[in-house]
Design a protein around this ligand. Sequence first.
Ligand SMILES: NC(=O)c1ccc[n+]([C@@H]2O[C@H](COP(=O)([O-])OP(=O)(O)OC[C@H]3O[C@@H](n4cnc5c(N)ncnc54)[C@H](OP(=O)(O)O)[C@@H]3O)[C@@H](O)[C@H]2O)c1
Length: 243
Amino acid sequence: MRKTALITGAAKRLGKAMAIHLAKQGWNIAIHFNTSELDAKRFCEELTTSYPNQQFGIFRANLSVMSEVENLFPQVIPAMGPVDLLINNASVFEPATLAKTTSDFLERQMNVNFRAPFILTRNFARAFTSGVIVNFIDTRIVTNQSNFAAYSLSKKVLWEMSKMAALEFGPNIRINGIAPGLTLPPEEKTEDYLWKLAGKIAMKRPGGVDPILKSLDYILNNDYLTGQLLFCDGGENLGQTNE
Ligand SMILES: NC(=O)c1ccc[n+]([C@@H]2O[C@H](COP(=O)([O-])OP(=O)(O)OC[C@H]3O[C@@H](n4cnc5c(N)ncnc54)[C@H](OP(=O)(O)O)[C@@H]3O)[C@@H](O)[C@H]2O)c1
């Protein structure tokens, strides 16, 4: 029987790349989106045309609204059947130091980046007896740099929750994380932005999406791996080089 993946924030960018990658391997995909309805619809049509024997569906939820988060699996399961893989990919990435972080801003970052993956992880474990969860973290969790304070903190706590969940929900549900580094530039920036930042990391170049897809495959294919974080960041977590 075909397996089904639910990927949050799958209408664009990394989420979309993972959806294409898994669809090529025969997976059914539940494409979650929030504002990118047109992209999600078009993408779903493209996948359906390319892989007519597989099932694809689109599901909207604003992950900063907890009632919508709670309602995501109840939308997906009747349409797609049991879910074997949950990828908590959607996030908001907005700059602000601690001093400049308002309570609304903090709430939005924590809701989308931590509370939603927490509730979805819990709801996955309530609904299914086996499966895999991949939580998207960020290499920034190793630093205390505060230019994206709320974002970084939301990812730190998401990683702590992932380890706790791996212990509680094993052996049949495995939970791992991927911590990307310089992968895709923010939508308003170009590749140059990443190349400038790459000068001080060990690998001296941005990674693009391929290394992330390889990390995803590694997690899926290694059924003894749980509670692990794959830093897929060209060594950025090691710190900055001298020159
Ligand atoms: N890009 C990188 O270089 C990089 C580096 C480190 C870590 N990461 C992590 O890797 C993951 C993917 O990165 P990305 O750059 O591809 O992500 P992204 O483009 O910033 O965001 C992915 C999706 O998240 C969804 N999203 C945002 N707010 C939402 C909300 N309130 N409710 C529901 N969905 C919401 C959006 O969906 P809609 O468009 O439908 O609204 C968006 O398309 C993220 O978790 C990110 O933190 C990425």
